[in-house]
Design a protein around this ligand. Structure first.
Ligand code: PGA
Length: 250
């Protein structure tokens, strides 16, 4: 059975004061039936991982460099993230693709680095509004999957997040039929490439304006194994009901 995952992406939000939210969240979910991961900014990873050692919460990162070390001012490598206590890293988020010109080929190199460092790679794909309106969604997603995902992916080391760009931070959410169509497509591609056992079990997350009020409906959709949550992951009060909705989904 595919693992379920409630993942929070804090983006460029949070100072040490926000660590108390993690403690509150861990206290509220001492023995969850789903995996819980929070990806705070890099400055908080070490402290967060120390704070949450022995709890059910895992800490992840939001990006990594493709190399393990070297002359790359300002960058952080996958082994460094693992050393700081991260167990996963988000790669190819649309904000990275847009703000930093990350191509799918770069994302694939980063995913390889993540795997080599023992991190779970959470690889993001998603179409723009213009691409959806031009009815190109599946072509775009198919191309991103083919180019962003390295060989050797397993259900243990890889998670795919479908994040329509037009739904991120906008309050706009696709219909469940639209989510269903894309997630079925991604599942079929994963099975074709990695086989039924691994491809059939790679967790597929939906991301984009997931909130307590829409989580249960989204989690009831076929091939949705969890969510990648931005704004609503910043406080325990907002994220906790989303975790509960995932636990309650069949
Ligand atoms: P949002 O962000 O939940 O704030 O829409 C989702 C994401 O970018 O992962």
């Amino acid at each position: 059975m595919t693992r379920k995952l409630a993942a929070g992406n804090w983006k460029m939000n949070g100072t040490r004061a926000a660590l108390s939210e993690l403690q509150t969240l861990a206290d509220a979910h001492p023995a969850p039936s789903v995996d819980i991961l929070i990806c705070p900014p890099a400055t908080l990873i070490l402290r967060a991982a120390d704070l949450l050692a022995g709890t059910s919460l895992r800490i992840g990162a939001q990006d990594c460099h493709a190399d393990a070390s070297g002359a790359h001012t300002g960058d952080i490598s996958a082994p460094m993230l693992a050393d700081a206590g991260a167990t996963a890293v988000i790669l190819g988020h649309s904000e990275r693709r847009e703000d930093h010109g990350e191509t799918s080929e770069m994302v694939r190199a980063k995913a390889r680095a993540a795997h080599a460092a023992g991190l779970t790679a959470i690889i993001c794909v998603g179409e723009s509004l213009a691409e959806r309106e031009a009815r190109n969604t599946l072509d775009i997603i198919g191309g991103q999957l083919a180019a962003s995902i390295p060989d050797g992916c397993t259900a243990a080391n890889t998670v795919i997040a479908y994040e329509p760009i037009w739904a991120i931070g906008t309050g706009k959410v696709p219909t469940t039929a639209q989510i269903d169509e894309v997630h079925d497509f991604i599942r079929a591609r994963m099975i074709r490439r990695f086989g039924q056992t691994e491809g059939g079990a790679i967790p597929l997350l939906y991301g984009g304006s997931v909130k307590a009020g829409n989580a249960a409906e989204i989690f009831a959709t076929d091939n949705v194994d969890g969510a990648l949550v931005g704004g609503a992951s910043l406080t325990a009060a907002d994220f906790s009901p989303i975790i509960a909705a995932l636990e309650g989904s069949a």
